[in-house]
Design a protein around this ligand. Structure first.
Ligand code: PAF
Length: 281
């Protein structure tokens, strides 16, 4: 397994692979890899000749008062895991390798305004910009993203469609701890008491999944979910929403494919979780 830092050395490796007619899969990450990332890397390994994992804590997707400085990092551990999972290359640039006096950005309008976009107004501009850059640098055939970041996945699919990237976007299921908590690098911020409190997210998700099938209004589904979260003293709701699965606009009824998503502060840590409901199923 190789590790590259610069765009140039990464491009040279990718170019040689392309020349041999090999397919390339990309798993973009911000490192501090967990079982959720591992599931993406495994899927990528199954479907491609070459597996590239990018490990880059992308500064442009953090707001001014967010956790860029404290975001967990452990490159040696990440590298060992990638090696075990059979990755061929880790692209691990420094911020200055990726951004020098940058003034070109990729923005996506409507889809990024609801849900996480409400409290993190510049977040998806940073995500789209870095993902777009990674796509240009690595030219993958396929790229892998977790459904835990469901809005991010919808936005990237739309970006790929609107900007004509010839890249298949593969969404992979949420990976959970045994007790239901969705895996996240940010779970490491939680104290033991907060870790217990954080279970209100997955409890609310399970409740939502159970009652949405009854054909009741979004308002009723969301209220029942809210009640579960509000019963937890350490939890503070950012949002509990039901949106159209593609446009990310609020809906009043699950009469089409929808996303039901929550964002909750547990102490200072903001956690997200969601489920998709497909009427066609
Ligand atoms: O989901 C993430 O970890 C990040 O948003 C991504 C896609 C790697 C872009 O920095």
């Amino acid at each position: 397994m190789k590790v590259t830092k610069t765009v140039e050395e990464t491009r040279a490796i990718v170019k040689a692979w392309k020349k041999e007619g090999l397919t390339i899969g990309l798993v973009p990450t911000m490192g501090y890899l967990h079982e959720g990332h591992a599931s993406l890397i495994r899927k990528c390994r199954e479907q491609n000749d070459k597996v590239v994992v990018s490990v880059f804590v992308n500064p442009t997707q953090f707001g001014p008062n967010e956790d860029l400085a404290s975001y967990p990092r452990d490159f040696d551990r990440d590298s060992a895991l990638c090696q075990t999972l059979g990755a061929d290359l880790i692209f691990h640039p420094e911020p200055e390798d990726m951004y020098t006096d940058a003034c070109a950005y990729v923005n996506i309008d409507t889809l990024s305004q609801n849900l996480c976009g409400r409290t993190r107004p510049t977040h998806f501009k940073g995500v789209c910009t870095v993902v777009c850059k990674l796509f240009h640098i690595i030219s993958p055939d396929r790229a892998y993203f977790g459904q835990k970041d469901a809005q991010q996945l919808a936005i990237i699919r739309k970006m790929v469609q609107d900007l004509n990237f010839d890249i298949a976007i593969i969404g992979c299921p949420i990976v959970r701890e045994a007790d239901g908590l969705a895996k996240s690098s940010r779970n490491t911020y939680l104290t033991a008491q907060e870790r217990q409190a954080a279970l209100c997210l997955s409890r609310a998700i399970r409740k939502g999944q159970e009652i949405i099938k009854k054909g009741i209004s979004a308002k009723t589904v969301l209220q029942e979910m809210r009640d579960i979260i509000e019963a937890e003293p350490l939890a503070k709701i950012d949002y509990v929403c039901m949106t159209d699965a593609l446009t990310m606009q609020d809906v009043e009824q699950a009469d089409r494919d929808v996303l039901v998503a929550v964002a909750v502060f547990i102490g200072k840590t903001r956690l997200i979780d969601n489920f998709s409901y497909e009427v066609s199923l």
